[in-house]
Write a protein that binds this ligand. Structure first.
Ligand code: SF4
Ligand code: SF4
Length: 683
């Protein structure tokens, strides 16, 4: 009875402290913005795949294997912990023994997992304490973070030791009558003297006390993910990585400008555009920051961080958590409306960090708990651009070019068909066909680079040669093409993006465009994933998937031998690959070319950005120790390729710069997949 009373007291104390912590967090969550949750079926699937199945963790198979075992072990062992709580409250022993065979399964797997988790934790501790693992370091990884990690790992180590100790001593104290199944402990019991049989009580109390302490340490530690990873993954952002979330408040303003007769009357104070302080994030983003395991997988793959820029996606999470703690403490003390004069963007995250991002989504693809870091960066850019007009000068220049010329460069729309010069067949134009009462099956979207960039004009010509060869019924918009708005959007100018997008959608509707083939993966991503938010959907294909269906079956028969002596490597553009999961089509097209093939160290979803995304193309890169384009080109050189194939205008330019930068022009050349096909087919 005394033991029961002590246990109940301890449990009450644990729950009281835990409830206080929960209340603190409820207060902080109340300071954040809304986040809509829909599609529960899809979410449950993601939860099983990513959280329970640990699919992201297995992207690093060796250490991922030990982490997954630890996670699964925790799930099983938690059932045993529940039994201990029931035992403690009722004064009984092994209360769940009545479950029969199921009890044998639970205790048996719990016993085996206790050993597995113990071994895994020893490996994690050795890695953390004695091996110099790069991703455990970084400006954001303060002494406190390391101590936090070591304390939590040590607690788990002690939890497993006490659990095994309890099982071993229980087996020794009642070898024939103990309920359940203990394969590991039965073996270990044979190694210990029978004096350990007196210790079940000691180990039981040690284990349960550790559980109570651990439960109250977790919410203040990076190991909060033990509780939060499953709900965080369940609630994660849905949709392809390339899709940026719309801003309702900006949309309203733009619609009011474009369609004043349909405008709703403004109500109340206008919301802030973008993210300045912790209170501007959604409650889900705050949950992300609490769930972040600080594993550094995101920072480890970040091209900006790899090349010595200040940006670290992990830091975004650590700093958000810290800033919210600071801001909430101030508000709790001085009232909800009090402002302490500090902000997340400014005091914690600098604009230099924000502008270094290439929006490549490598971080988001890697995060084991499905955090989407680029969306925070984008929201901070939105604040800097739309509230402060504080974009870098080159980005402002790009904005005014789009506003004035409908392209990110200083070219007028009247020059948009210049790329067709030199072709020995006419390129059909939508307006001409409409005048003749015709409607082509496909719109071929040339994009600003195809229209104006000398080098990419060749790719546009190659593409129409292929379509002509295949007798595809297509047309281009010609002088009616205008920027999709994507470069403005990725640089934070949502307003300009919307103006461009709504204008273009009107044009598409006027020609009843329902099928679009794009050259550029960024345009492809925008039409496919972002225009539907504005009420326009079409069948959108990047040219590589289109040609994979139409050209490959006939094209593979023609071999000019133009690449016989070459070794071709494909560079995955971020907005084709990671953002939209198109990896196979360009490879399968290149597979028809008579040449050697290679793969870079980082390929497909692991691919390294070329350095141009997120509107980096239009500005100087932030200061670092290296250049992203050079790092990527070096990988291509290292794999022995003589041709780098790409399928994005920005990648083509960056990798060409990379080849020059590395002085490898005599060894390796850059071509677009469409050009390679034309050369191979002798068109
Ligand atoms: S999107 Fe790419 S560049 Fe930006 S933080 Fe993530 S990994 Fe780094
Ligand atoms: S954001 Fe995700 S990948 Fe990055 S440190 Fe946190 S948990 Fe790891």
């Amino acid at each position: 009875m005394t033991a029961q009373l002590i246990f109940t007291g301890l449990l009450m104390l644990t729950l009281a402290v835990f409830s206080w912590t929960v209340l603190t967090y409820v207060y902080r969550f109340n300071l954040t913005g809304p986040y809509k949750i829909t599609h529960w079926g899809k979410r449950i699937g993601i939860m099983f795949r990513v959280a329970i199945g640990q699919s992201r963790i297995f992207r690093r198979p060796v250490i991922g294997f030990f982490h997954a075992l630890t996670f699964w072990g925790f799930c099983v062992i938690t059932l045993g912990s529940l039994e201990m709580v029931v035992d403690g409250l009722t004064g009984s022993e092994r209360s769940f023994a009545g479950l029969g065979v199921l009890y044998d399964v639970i205790t048996g797997s719990g016993d085996v997992f206790a050993l597995i988790v113990l071994v895994s934790i020893i490996i994690f501790l050795i890695r953390r304490l004695f091996l110099n693992i790069k991703r455990f370091h970084g400006v954001e990884m303060k002494e406190k973070s390391h101590i936090d990690a070591v304390v939590a790992l040590t607690m788990i180590f002690l939890l497993m030791v006490s659990l095994l100790g309890y099982n071993v001593s229980s087996v020794l104290s009642s070898p024939t009558s103990i309920a359940g199944n203990y394969p590991v402990s039965s073996f270990l019991a044979s190694l210990f003297s029978s004096s350990a049989a007196k210790l079940p009580g000691f180990f039981w109390w040690s284990h349960i006390t550790l559980i109570f302490i651990f439960a109250n340490i977790l919410p203040y530690s990076k190991h909060f993910h033990v509780f939060l990873s499953i709900p965080n993954v369940l609630l994660s952002r849905l949709g392809p990585l390339g899709k940026a979330e719309p801003m309702e408040n900006v949309m309203k303003e733009v619609k009011a400008m474009l369609y004043p007769d349909q405008a709703e009357a403004p109500t109340g104070e206008p919301d802030r555009f973008g993210l300045l302080d912790a209170g501007d994030v959604t409650w889900k983003s705050y949950l992300d920051s609490l769930t972040c395991t600080q594993c550094g997988r995101c920072t480890d793959v970040c091209p900006a961080n790899k090349t010595g820029k200040l940006l670290s996606p992990r830091k975004l999470m650590i700093d958000l958590r810290e800033r919210m703690k600071e801001m909430a403490a101030d508000k709790m003390k001085n009232g909800k409306d009090h402002v302490d004069g500090k902000n997340y963007l400014g005091e914690y995250i600098t604009s230099e960090e924000i502008w270094a991002c290439t929006m490549c989504n490598a971080c988001a693809r890697e995060c084991p708990v499905n955090i989407n870091q680029p969306s925070l960066i984008l929201d901070m850019r939105r604040y800097l651009v739309m509230e402060k007009a504080a974009a870098p000068a080159a980005i402002n220049m790009m904005f005014s070019n789009i506003e004035n010329n409908g392209a990110p460069w200083q070219y007028g729309s009247h020059d948009r068909l210049n790329w067709t010069a030199g072709l020995d067949f006419p390129v059909p134009v939508m307006a001409d066909l409409k005048a003749q009462g015709k409607k082509p099956e496909y719109l071929l979207w040339i994009g600003c680079a195809g229209a104006f960039d000398d080098r990419y004009q060749k790719v546009a010509r190659a593409m129409v040669k292929l379509l002509n060869h295949l007798k595809i019924d297509f047309a281009v918009l010609g002088t009616e093409e205008t920027c999709t708005g994507d470069p403005a959007r990725r640089a934070g100018n949502e307003m300009l993006y919307l103006m461009q997008a709504f204008t273009l959608i009107e044009t598409f509707k006027s020609y009843e465009v329902s099928k679009i083939i794009t050259l550029c993966p960024h345009c492809f991503n925008t039409f496919l994933n972002e225009y539907p938010d504005l009420g326009y959907s079409a069948e959108v294909e990047h040219y590589t998937t289109f040609l994979d269906r139409h050209f490959k079956p006939v094209g593979s028969a023609v071999k000019s031998g133009a690449f016989k002596e070459d070794k071709i490597v494909f560079h995955d553009p971020c907005y084709l690959g990671r953002a939209n999961d198109v990896y196979q089509a360009p490879r399968s097209l290149l597979g028809t070319v008579d040449s050697g093939k290679a793969e870079m160290d980082h390929n497909k979803s692991f691919s390294l950005c070329c350095g141009a995304g997120g509107s980096q193309y239009f500005k100087e890169a932030e200061k670092g120790t290296g250049e992203v384009f050079a790092a990527r080109t070096a990988e291509a050189v290292a794999c022995g390729a003589t041709v780098i194939a790409s399928s994005c205008p920005f990648c083509l330019t960056m990798l060409t710069d990379g080849v020059k930068y590395l002085n490898k022009e005599s060894e390796i050349r850059n071509l677009d997949v469409a050009e390679i096909l034309v050369m191979e087919a002798g068109l």
